[in-house]
Ligand binder design. Structure first.
Ligand code: CUA
Length: 179
């Protein structure tokens, strides 16, 4: 019999299960369970797997909150005054906007302190890839993603967009300083 001709017994699901077939189904089931519980494990112990809360928002609502933070806590500007560097109080809500084609503003956080980082996109789908920590989440317009972060190493982090978002995608980078 070839794969081209129809099977002699058409009701294949009524045949008794073959020993090897059953074994593979068993292996696949056990492995799927391992992978499932790894999700729970990494949620609690995996430093790179951030769990996000997500709320509905609009560009206007989010911009008001981000602008209020920038107005209050900007410490200097970079790139010819185009980007405010914002050092918000420890433990506060901090905001970053993704849009064609940048992340705004630049954040300056303190090592070992916890912040609630709010992210949204003003236009299309963007990615938030934090390097070199290799943290990845998606930023979806219309939604406010909230990540609780505790930077554990000081340095300069790059935020890279990892969702293709048009002609300027490759230039879409942002920055977070950890002191
Ligand atoms: Cu934003 Cu790619």
């Amino acid at each position: 019999m070839s794969a081209i001709s129809p099977p002699a017994e058409r009701l294949w699901w009524k045949h008794p299960i073959d020993r090897v077939e059953g074994m593979w189904i068993g292996i696949a089931f056990v492995w799927s369970m391992v992978m499932f519980f790894m999700m729970v494990y990494w949620h609690m112990y995996g430093g790179q797997n951030l769990s996000t809360e997500t709320y509905k928002t609009t560009p206007e609502q989010f911009t008001v909150k981000a602008q209020a933070m920038v107005d209050q806590y900007t410490v200097r500007t970079e790139v010819d005054g185009q980007y405010p560097v914002v050092a918000p109080p420890v433990g506060s809500d901090v905001y970053m906007i993704a849009r064609l084609w940048n992340f705004w503003p630049i954040l300056q956080l303190e090592k070992g302190q916890t912040y609630r980082l709010h992210l949204t996109s003003l236009d299309y789908n963007h990615g938030f890839s934090l390097q070199p920590a290799n943290i990845n989440i998606q930023i979806v317009p219309g939604y406010e993603h909230v990540v609780t972060v505790t930077p554990n190493q000081s340095g300069t982090y790059s935020v890279v967009c990892n969702e293709y978002c048009g002609i300027g995608h490759h230039t879409m980078v942002g920055r977070i300083y950890v002191k």
